[in-house]
Design a protein around this ligand. Structure first.
Ligand SMILES: [Zn+2]
Length: 1013
C-alpha cells in the first residue's frame, strides 16, 4: 500500500459502450422470481450512470443492480455531497459528510429515518439509517413490539401458534455496518448509494425489499478512525509523490482489534452497535470489510464453528452464503465465494453480536485499495487459483477501483436483502425458534444456570463481570435465601493399564456432591432469550490439537470467570431455577467504612480498584502490610492496605463508589509495612504499532490511573527519566520483528518523513493521542541507554510478551533468557499459573492458582550466571545412569579401585535458576550475586494443569517456566511478563499484577528471601 501511484485510467471508456447495450429485462423471470433488473419506466440519472461506467474497470465488475442509477426529482444522489459518484477515484468522505447525505435523504423522502445511536470515545456521533416504506417507518413501534415478542418467547408463553401470527405480520430488520476497519475504506460511499437506491428505485426487485423489510445502516462504525483515514488520504492527495504514513491509530485505543470486542464490550462502538442491534430486535448483522479479492462472503467460513450457537444458525449461514454466491455468479462477477479460511470459533467479532443474540451474523471481505485510488493489483496464486469453493476465481492481475469495490458491496447486499425478504417468514420463524430454544436450554442441553456466590473474595471484579453480561442484555438475578444444588459427578476416565484399577474404580462409588450458596448469590438463569452469550462467555473452551483447522483465526479460549479471577459455578441442577430470586438492575459491589477507629484497613484480594483508591486519595498515607494479620476479628492478607491521615467521610465515599470494604481499626496492626505511593507513570508506545498497548491504556483510563503517554522517540529526549517517572510501562508492541526494530524503528535511509500530526490536510490525526514529525525513528541507542540508566538509578521498567523479549535480548536484564517455541502452539488461550513467591508485592492479593492469558509465550528461562542461556525443557527429559554393572539403581564400579561417592547433584525446579556449582564459583565473576538474581513471582502450571481454555499443544515447552519475573537491575527493577496481563478487557483478574508493580515500585524487594550463595 506504499505505492501511491494513482492510475487515472482513460481506457475505461471502452467499457461504457458495453454497459449501454445492457437492456433491462422483464420484471418477472420464467422461474417466478423477481428479476434483478431496473424498471424500464423509471428514468435513469444519465450523467451519474455514465460516471459509474467510467469508474468501473471491467464489464464483469458490475451487475444489473448497480450499473445504472435511477433518477429522482426530489431525492439528491450521493453526488450532492461527494461532488462525484460513490466510489469515484480520489473521493473519500468524512463521517460528517456521510451523515450529512443520510440526513438529506431523510429530509427528502418519507422512506428514510436517521437515528443517533451514541458517540465514540472521542465524542463523534454514530448513526443508524433506516430505509423502508413510509408505512413500515410509521409503524416502527408496533413492529418493534411484534419483533420483541418473537425475540423473547416467554412473553407469548412459548406459543408457536401465536409466534406464527407474529411471523406473518412482522417486518424484519436487516442491519448493515460499514468500515469498522478504517483502512478498509469503501463501505461508506457504497452504503450512501445503497440507501439512495433503496429510497428511489421503483424496480420490482428493490420495491419488494423496501416494502418487505427494514434496512438499517450504520455507514461508519469506527468514526474516529474513519476521520483519521480520510486525513491520511487527503495528505496523500496533497503529496502524491510521497509515501504516506500508515494509519497507526484508528480509534482512541485500538485498531484492528475493534472487531474483537464483542465479548468484553469495552469500546463505545461495540456498545452502540450492540444496543442498536438488540434494541431494534434485528434479525441480521452484516459487517463490511475489505481484504480479500473480490468478495469473500465469509458467512459460511470454515470450522470449527462456535460451540454455543444454535445449529439453526449454522444452517442459515449455509443457505444465505450459498445463495449469495449463486446470485452473483449468475451476474458473471468473478471472485465471489463463501467458504474460506475464517473459522467461526471466537465470538469476539462485531457481527457475532447477532450470532449470540439469536440473529444471523454475516461478514463480507471485498477488495479494497486502502483509499480511493484506482490501481493495478496483482494477486497471489492462492488468491486467484480455482478451488472447489471458488469455481470462478478472481483474476491474477487487474486494474481495480473503489467503484469496483462499491459495485461488489452493493450487489452482494442487494441480492442478500432480496433473498432475505423472499424468505423472511422462514427467517423470522427461525429468529423465534432460536430464542425459544435459548429459553428451553436448561432442560435441553443445559446448564440450568451459572451462579456467582455472594461470598466472593473479589466482589468488585465480580460486579465488573456481571456488568459485562448486562451490557450483553443478559438478565441477572439474586437468590433471596441460601440454597443448595447437586453437582454432576465428574466421570473418571477409565484407566487403560491394569485390570486392578478397573476393579478399584467399581468399588469406589461416585459420591453425589452438592454445593451450598449463600443468600444474595447471583444467578444467571439459562432460561432466558440471550442465555447463549452468557453461556459462551462463562463456559470453558476446548480446541483440540487434532482439529483439522491448523491456523485458528483468533483466540481459542476466553472463559471470563477464570480471566476475571472470580468464582463462576456452572449448575446443571434444574432445581436452581425454582429458588426464590429477584432481578438485579444495578450491580454494585458493597463498599464503605465499617467499625470504629482512626486507622483503616482494606483486605487485599488483588482488586484493581485498590489502585484507583490510591490515586484518588493522593494525600492519604497508605501502607501495605508485608505479612498477613488479624484485627477486629478479621483476617487480612499480605499486601492489605493500612490507611491513615484521611477523613473517614472521604474514605467512606470513595470506598462506596469503588466497592471496597474498609475496616476501621482501634489500633494499627503491628505487622511490618511499607509505603504505597502513587507512582509517576510513563506509558511508552512505539510508532510501529499501537494496537496491543491500546488495551492497556483503556484499562488504566477506566481505572483512573494517570500516566504520561510517550513514544520511544521521546525517551531519548528526556534528560533525566528518573526525575519525571518512577515506573515506565512498556506494554506489548504486538508487532515484533526483533529487538532492533524497537531501537531502529522504520528505516530513514530512504523515502520521506512520515508525519503523524495535525495539519490543514490532517486535522483529526492526533486526537488525544501522541504526535511526531516523523514516525520512522525508533527508540534509538540513545533511548536505550536512557532506559538502562533509568533502571540503574532506581526506576522500574515493566514489559510484557514481546517487550519482555526486547528487554532480555537487548541485555537490560541479567539472568533471564527468552526462547521462541519450537513445537508449542498456544493460540490466545487461558492457561494456569502458580504463585511461586507470595512474599513479593507483585503477588499481593493473589491465590496459589491464577488463570492468565497466554499467546505462545515467550518462554523464560533463568540462570544465575550472567550471559548464560537458561535451562529449558523441550520434552520429557529423563536421566538414567551410565552403562555398567548392576541394575538401573545400583552404583557402577571401577575394577581395581575402591568405590568413590560422587557428590550429590544439585537439583532445582524448572522455573528456578540451576544452582551455582562450586566449579562455577571458581573466579566466579559471572556468577550473579544472590540479591541481583531474578525473582520468579508466578510460573506456568505443570503440563497437565496448563490448559484452562482454548488450545494448548506442546505445552511441555512452557509448563513450569517463569510467567512473571522481577529482575533487580542496579538500584531498580525490570519486571517481565510472559503472559499478557492486560488484554481486550477480558483479563481483569491479572490487572493487579501490573498495578501492584506500580504501587509498590520502591519496595519491590519486600519479602525477598535470598539464596545462601
Ligand atoms: Zn476488516
Amino acid at each position: 500500500m506504499t505505492d501511491s501511484r494513482k492510475v487515472r485510467n482513460t481506457a475505461l471508456g471502452i467499457f461504457s459502450a458495453l454497459f449501454l447495450m445492457l437492456a433491462p429485462s422483464p420484471a418477472t423471470a420464467a422461474d417466478g422470481e423477481t428479476a434483478p433488473a431496473r424498471d424500464p419506466k423509471q428514468a435513469i440519472d444519465e450523467p451519474y450512470t455514465a460516471k459509474i461506467q467510467k469508474y468501473t474497470t471491467a464489464p464483469y465488475f458490475t451487475s444489473p443492480l448497480v450499473n445504472y442509477l435511477p433518477a429522482s426529482n426530489t431525492v439528491p444522489t450521493p453526488e450532492a455531497v461527494l461532488g462525484d459518484v460513490a466510489g469515484a477515484p480520489g473521493v473519500l468522505p468524512y463521517a460528517k459528510d456521510v451523515y450529512k447525505y443520510m440526513r438529506m435523504l431523510e429530509k427528502a423522502s418519507p422512506r428514510v429515518k436517521v437515528f443517533s445511536i451514541g458517540t465514540t470515545e472521542e465524542g463523534r456521533e454514530m448513526i443508524a439509517v433506516a430505509v423502508s416504506s413510509p408505512e413500515n417507518l410509521k409503524n416502527l413501534e408496533e413492529n418493534r413490539a411484534r419483533l420483541a415478542k418473537l425475540a423473547d418467547p416467554r412473553t407469548i408463553k412459548l406459543d408457536d401458534a401465536e409466534a406464527d401470527k407474529l411471523v406473518a405480520q412482522a417486518v424484519p430488520v436487516y442491519y448493515i455496518t460499514g468500515t469498522i476497519h478504517s483502512p478498509e475504506t469503501g463501505a461508506p460511499t457504497a452504503l450512501m448509494e445503497l440507501a439512495y437506491r433503496l429510497t428511489v428505485d421503483e424496480s420490482p426487485y428493490i420495491q419488494e425489499i423496501r416494502d418487505g423489510m427494514i434496512t438499517l445502516i450504520t455507514p461508519v462504525v469506527e468514526v474516529d478512525g474513519r476521520d483519521r483515514m480520510v486525513d491520511i488520504y487527503r495528505w496523500h492527495l496533497a503529496h502524491p509523490k510521497d509515501f504516506y504514513p500508515p494509519l497507526i491509530y484508528w480509534g482512541k485505543y485500538v485498531a484492528h482489534d475493534n472487531n474483537r470486542d464483542a465479548m468484553g464490550v469495552t469500546l463505545k462502538l461495540t456498545e452502540n452497535v450492540l444496543n442498536t442491534y438488540v434494541g431494534w430486535k434485528a434479525q441480521v448483522l452484516h459487517d463490511l470489510h475489505e481484504s480479500v479479492p473480490y468478495l469473500y462472503d465469509n458467512t459460511v467460513g470454515d470450522g470449527p464453528y462456535n460451540a454455543w450457537v444454535d445449529p439453526i444458525l449454522t444452517d442459515e449461514w449455509q443457505m444465505i452464503g450459498a445463495r449469495n454466491v449463486a446470485d452473483m455468479t449468475k451476474f458473471g462477477m468473478p471472485g465471489v465465494f463463501t467458504h474460506g479460511d475464517f473459522d467461526t470459533w471466537s465470538p469476539g467479532y462485531l457481527m457475532f453480536i447477532a450470532a449470540m443474540h439469536n440473529g444471523i451474523s454475516r461478514l463480507y471481505e471485498t477488495f479494497g485499495n486502502g483509499g480511493a485510488d484506482t490501481q493495478e493489483r496483482t494477486l497471489d496464486p492462492e488468491e486467484y487459483s480455482r478451488t472447489w469453493f471458488r469455481q470462478n476465481p478472481p483474476l491474477p492481475k487487474t486494474l481495480w477501483s473503489q467503484r469496483d469495490n462499491n459495485n461488489y458491496e452493493q450487489t452482494g447486499l442487494l441480492t442478500s436483502l432480496h433473498y432475505f425478504n423472499e424468505n423472511k417468514r422462514l427467517f423470522l420463524k427461525n429468529f423465534y425458534l432460536k430464542a425459544k430454544r435459548s429459553v428451553m436450554k436448561p432442560a435441553a442441553e443445559g446448564p440450568a444456570a451459572y451462579v456467582l456466590p455472594t461470598d466472593e473474595p473479589r466482589p468488585g471484579l465480580q460486579a465488573e463481570l456481571l456488568r459485562v453480561l448486562q451490557k450483553q442484555a443478559v438478565e441477572i438475578s439474586r437468590a433471596k435465601s441460601a440454597f443448595t444444588v447437586s453437582l454432576p459427578v465428574k466421570k473418571e476416565k477409565p484407566k487403560k493399564d491394569t485390570k486392578d484399577t478397573k476393579e478399584a474404580d467399581k468399588e469406589k462409588k461416585p459420591e453425589p456432591t452438592t454445593r451450598d450458596f449463600p443468600a444474595g448469590s447471583y444467578i444467571i438463569r439459562m432460561d432466558q432469550p440471550y442465555a447463549r452469550i452468557a453461556d459462551a462467555l462463562l463456559d470453558h473452551q476446548y480446541w483440540s490439537p487434532d482439529d483439522p483447522q491448523k491456523t485458528p483465526y483468533d483466540d481459542t479460549g476466553w472463559t471470563f470467570g477464570e480471566l476475571f479471577g472470580v468464582q463462576v459455578v456452572r449448575v446443571t441442577d434444574l432445581k436452581v431455577l425454582d429458588m426464590a430470586m429477584e432481578r438485579v438492575v444495578n450491580v454494585h459491589a458493597p463498599g464503605g467504612v465499617k467499625g470504629d477507629g482512626a486507622v483503616f484497613a482494606i483486605n487485599n484480594n488483588a482488586e484493581p480498584a485498590l489502585a484507583t483508591l490510591r490515586y484518588n486519595m493522593k494525600d492519604a498515607a497508605m501502607e501495605a502490610a508485608e505479612e498477613q494479620f488479624d484485627s477486629s476479628g478479621k483476617k487480612f492478607n499480605r499486601g492489605s492496605l493500612v490507611i491513615r491521615k484521611v477523613s473517614r467521610a472521604d474514605l467512606d465515599r470513595a470506598a462506596s463508589d469503588l466497592g471496597l470494604q474498609v475496616v476501621a481499626l482501634g489500633t494499627a496492626p503491628s505487622v511490618k509495612t511499607h509505603p504505597l505511593r502513587a507512582a509517576r507513570v510513563a506509558f511508552v508506545h512505539t510508532w510501529l504499532s499501537t494496537q496491543t498497548e491500546g488495551w492497556w491504556r483503556l484499562a488504566l483510563d477506566d481505572l483512573k490511573i494517570p500516566y504520561d503517554y510517550i513514544s520511544t522517540q521521546t525517551i531519548a529526549k528526556i534528560d533525566d527519566l528518573n526525575a519525571k517517572y518512577d515506573v515506565i510501562l512498556f506494554p506489548p508492541v504486538g508487532y515484533f520483528p526483533g529487538p532492533t526494530a524497537i531501537i531502529n524503528g522504520m528505516t530513514t535511509a530512504w523515502g520521506n518523513p512520515l508525519p503523524w500530526k495535525n495539519t490543514p490536510e490532517t486535522p483529526n490525526l492526533v486526537g488525544k493521542n501522541d504526535s511526531t514529525d516523523d514516525m520512522r525513528p525508533g527508540l534509538g541507542w540513545d533511548g536505550l541507554a536512557k532506559l538502562q540508566t533509568f533502571v540503574q538509578k532506581g526506576g522500574v521498567l515493566l514489559t510484557a510478551t514481546d517487550t519482555s523479549r526486547f528487554a532480555t535480548e537487548i541485555g537490560l536484564v541479567a539472568g533471564v533468557s527468552t526462547h521462541a517455541s519450537e513445537h508449542m502452539k498456544i493460540v490466545g488461550s487461558v492457561v494456569g499459573t502458580r504463585l511461586v513467591d507470595s512474599g513479593s508485592p507483585l503477588a499481593y492479593g493473589y491465590d496459589e492458582k491464577v488463570a492468565a492469558y497466554c499467546d505462545n509465550g515467550p518462554i523464560f528461562s533463568l540462570s544465575s550466571i550472567a550471559g548464560a542461556r537458561g535451562r529449558r525443557r523441550l520434552g520429557n527429559e529423563s536421566h538414567t545412569r551410565a552403562t555398567g554393572r548392576g541394575t538401573a539403581d545400583d552404583p557402577d564400579f571401577t575394577v581395581g579401585r575402591p568405590a568413590t561417592e560422587a557428590p550429590e547433584e544439585l537439583t532445582s525446579e524448572i522455573w528456578e535458576a540451576p544452582p551455582v556449582t562450586d566449579e562455577q564459583r571458581r573466579n566466579g565473576f559471572r556468577v550473579i550475586p544472590p540479591a541481583n538474581r531474578p525473582r520468579v513471582i508466578f510460573r506456568y502450571a505443570d503440563k497437565k494443569d496448563l490448559l484452562i481454555s482454548g488450545l494448548v499443544e506442546g505445552g511441555d515447552e512452557i509448563a513450569q517456566h517463569p510467567a512473571v519475573v522481577d529482575v533487580p537491575a542496579g538500584k531498580g527493577h525490570v519486571v517481565l511478563f510472559s503472559i499478557n496481563p492486560v488484554y481486550r478487557g477480558e483479563t481483569r483478574g491479572t490487572y493487579s499484577m501490573v498495578l501492584n508493580t506500580i504501587l509498590n515500585f520502591d519496595s519491590l524487594d519486600a519479602g525477598r528471601k535470598l539464596a545462601e550463595k
